[in-house]
Design a protein around this ligand. Structure first.
Ligand code: HEC
Ligand code: HEC
Length: 504
């Protein structure tokens, strides 16, 4: 029986309707050389002709900027060198920060900017320890498949924690698509707060009664096991499931090891590009930084390789990323011979996805209370505030009638034990070798290959590789006739991104 059909098509349509908002004009009192060159845009036009013309214009700007860089080396990096004080002073609108962050994301880091380090090779396919590569010249070397800030091919895989020489010594990791990241961080923040308040309630109860208090930890319908608070202030977290005992939900990395986009940005800059921010230098370990004298631990003669403002711009760019949408197959006359109506199959696939138990981990909908993304200022003071429902790149999240937001990411933001076939050679940051965060499935039509090491070329191969906690769902899928499995494949392939026109 078909129980539900998520009306997701509406998300992109509604988002398009409000995609033409104007932002405030460029401020004129900026101190830095940073400026938006208009090489990326948060807008999306549903008219594909307009889309194509805008893409060609952006490409022309990109080429002009590259020519200028050839005659004026350092010009491009200079255009992104924004000072945090200007952002703090409100001189950069959300849209401008998106454009600037996108510029930085798609631009080559060079030796003279601090790329690499004196103790690192010019380029290394395999990373060394916590120090990293460098294994990419720009973020979009790896995050590019399926569109801006997308995923990576198997040939873009990174090999963290290795010996710098061989693929086998490190872990193997496929680049993750970065769509909808702001919403994922907000969901995780709300879940952390909820779990922690449940923990506080148990502590209070233990204090009042003088006996141990045990209770379930549940947030947004996701079950995180059981927590016990003892009256002496100690805890028993052995039955906590899918989250570290500190109850911080970490939505980033295949292992679910990092809580915030900003932390992720800083570590990606350092490990893939050898670009060290002042904050990273102040807080990192020698193993991650290199053992040169401060403030230039990587000894390449460049200090503050990335400014706090640049980290903020990249973080804003990723927090404001467009939201993937569901695009069911509809029969179009223009498609002639391939004009087969697969919509009934899609409906069946959506229902099967639930019936098979996929939706227990890949939760189709999580409800978010607020889409306001605040980024604390490290120097204190008012945070940077980005309203993802208004300022996010199109297609953006749309409020439900009650003012909350339904996030259709297809994840529970929880870690699961996935069985020996998916195990890594060694454990990463204390997470078990075969334990992984449920990856969001939104946008997967454009993010192949699949799984943490990119081993699965198709969604079917990914499903059949599931084990451990997902073994029952995998077996149920396996037991279906191919026609029935096909409906699930059709459904999964409808999890898509807006079809932006891009010049390769
Ligand atoms: C050499 C390839 C490569 C380059 C270059 C690269 N990344 Fe990544 N990125 C990855 C891989 C692989 C992962 C998954 C890491 C993990 O599981 O720990 C990832 C994960 C991420 C994530 C977490 C996404 C999520 O949903 O979990 C963010 C954010 C990110 N990268 C941002 C960046 C930024 C910003 C840059 C440029 C400064 C960058 N990356 C450069 C390969 C790359
Ligand atoms: C117990 C939780 C759980 C269940 C149940 C589950 N999955 Fe997964 N799924 C995961 C985890 C964790 C991964 C990542 C594993 C890895 O990368 O090694 C994953 C990965 C995937 C991927 C690849 C995503 C990507 O971006 O690489 C697809 C597709 C997928 N699952 C579909 C399904 C389908 C369809 C079902 C039902 C038949 C299902 N899953 C059931 C937890 C689950």
């Amino acid at each position: 029986m078909i129980r539900s059909c998520w009306p997701l098509v509406l998300v992109s349509a509604a988002a398009m309707a409000c995609a033409t908002e104007q932002t405030k004009p460029l401020a004129t009192t900026r101190q830095s050389t940073a400026r938006t060159l208009g090489v990326v845009s948060p807008e999306f036009d549903s008219d594909s002709n307009v889309n194509a013309i805008q893409a060609l214009e952006r490409d022309a700007r990109r080429r002009a900027a590259r020519f200028r860089e050839l005659t004026e080396p350092g010009f491009l990096f200079g255009t992104t060198r924004v000072a945090q004080t200007e952002i703090d002073a409100g001189l950069w609108s959300a849209r401008e920060l998106y454009e600037l962050g996108g510029q930085l994301f798609t631009q080559r880091f060079r030796r003279e900017n601090g790329y690499g380090g004196a103790d690192m090779p010019a380029f290394g396919r395999f990373q060394r320890g916590e120090r990293g590569g460098p294994d990419g010249e720009e973020c979009s070397d790896c995050h590019r498949r399926g569109g801006l800030a997308g995923s990576g091919d198997a040939s873009d895989n990174a090999y963290p924690y290795g010996d710098g020489e061989t693929s086998d010594a490190g872990l193997e990791r496929n680049p993750i698509a970065l769509t909808g990241l702001g919403l994922l961080e907000l969901l995780a923040r709300e879940m952390t707060a909820e779990l922690r308040s449940q923990r506080a309630g148990l502590f209070e109860k233990a204090q009042e009664t003088g006996a141990s208090a045990t209770g379930k930890l549940v947030s947004k319908g996701v079950d995180f096991g059981v927590f016990t608070a003892r009256s002496d202030g100690t805890v028993d977290a052995t039955a906590v499931a899918g989250v570290t005992p500190d109850l911080v939900v970490r939505p980033f990395g295949w292992k679910g090891h990092t809580a915030s986009i900003r932390e992720m940005v800083e570590s990606e800059l350092a490990t893939h590009h050898g670009m060290q921010s002042a904050w990273f230098v102040a807080h990192g370990t020698k193993a991650a930084l290199g053992d040169g004298a401060l403030p230039d631990p990587d000894g390449d003669g460049v200090v503050e390789e990335i400014s706090e403002g640049q980290v903020t711009a990249l973080t804003a760019f990723l927090a404001l990323q467009e939201v993937p949408s569901i695009e069911p197959p509809i029969a179009l006359k223009e498609l002639g011979a391939i004009n087969t109506n697969l919509f009934p199959r899609w409906l069946e696939g959506a229902a099967r996805f639930r019936a098979l138990g996929c939706a227990t981990c890949h939760v189709p909908e999580l409800r978010l209370s607020s889409a306001v993304f605040s980024l604390a200022r490290r120097s204190g003071g008012e945070p940077l505030v980005l309203d993802l429902a208004k300022e996010g790149a199109a297609p953006r999240i749309v409020a439900a009638e009650d003012g909350t937001f339904v996030v259709r990411a297809f994840t529970d933001l929880k870690r699961h034990e996935m069985g020996p076939k998916l195990a890594d050679a060694f454990s990463e940051r204390g997470v078990g070798v075969s334990t992984f965060l449920t990856p969001p499935l939104w946008g997967i039509a454009r993010s192949r290959p699949y799984l943490h090491d990119g081993r699965a070329p198709t969604v079917e191969a990914a499903i059949l590789s599931h084990g451990g906690e997902a073994a029952v769902a995998r077996d149920a899928y396996h037991a279906l006739a191919d026609r029935e499995r096909g409906t699930v494949r059709v459904f999964l392939t409808s999890l898509n991104r807006a079809p932006r026109f891009a010049v390769p």
